[in-house]
Structure formats: structure tokens, C-alpha cells
Design a protein around this ligand. Structure first.
Ligand SMILES: [Zn+2]
Length: 83
């Protein structure tokens, strides 16, 4: 709950349990959640989440940034979990 709206739109929840990096072929544990939005597919307040390990964080940020989809990167501990 964020009554004051200080933290911005809430990202989509991620699965409970182990979180794996979203980079193709990577099986590392994710350390980061990359929040992104494609305005052609999503409402402006929607935040999709890609998970990234330390190694792939920058690569995935650049991929999303090049398409102007990237919004923010947060630690996985800050993401809401599906229970
Ligand atoms: Zn990775």
C-alpha cells in the first residue's frame, strides 16, 4: 500500500522462491529487478519486471534503454512476491 504515491507505480509481482536472471541462457540467481514499460502494450503506470544477475544487469538495462522502455532498477528484495 502506497497511499502517498511516493514510490511511483508498483512493479508486477515476481514469483515466490528462487529468482533467476532473465538474460537468455543465464541460470544465475537474480540480484536486480529492471522495471520497464512499453507504451504500445502497457498502460503508463504498468511496470513489467525483468530479473538480472550482476553480470547481465547492464546488458539488459541497455537493451531496454535503447527502446526507451527502461524505467528503474531496484534490488530484488524490494520487489513484491506472488504468494
Ligand atoms: Zn544473468
Amino acid at each position: 500500500m502506497d497511499l502517498l504515491g511516493l514510490s511511483g507505480p508498483a512493479p508486477d509481482p515476481v514469483p515466490d522462491g528462487e529468482l533467476i536472471c532473465s538474460a537468455k541462457g543465464c541460470r544465475e540467481q537474480a540480484a536486480w529487478g529492471l522495471l520497464w514499460n512499453n507504451p504500445k502494450l502497457h498502460t503508463p503506470e504498468r511496470r513489467k519486471v525483468w530479473l538480472a544477475c550482476d553480470e547481465h544487469r547492464e546488458h539488459l538495462e541497455q537493451f531496454l534503454g535503447a527502446r526507451s522502455f527502461w524505467k528503474q532498477t531496484v534490488a530484488v528484495a524490494e520487489l513484491d512476491r506472488v504468494s
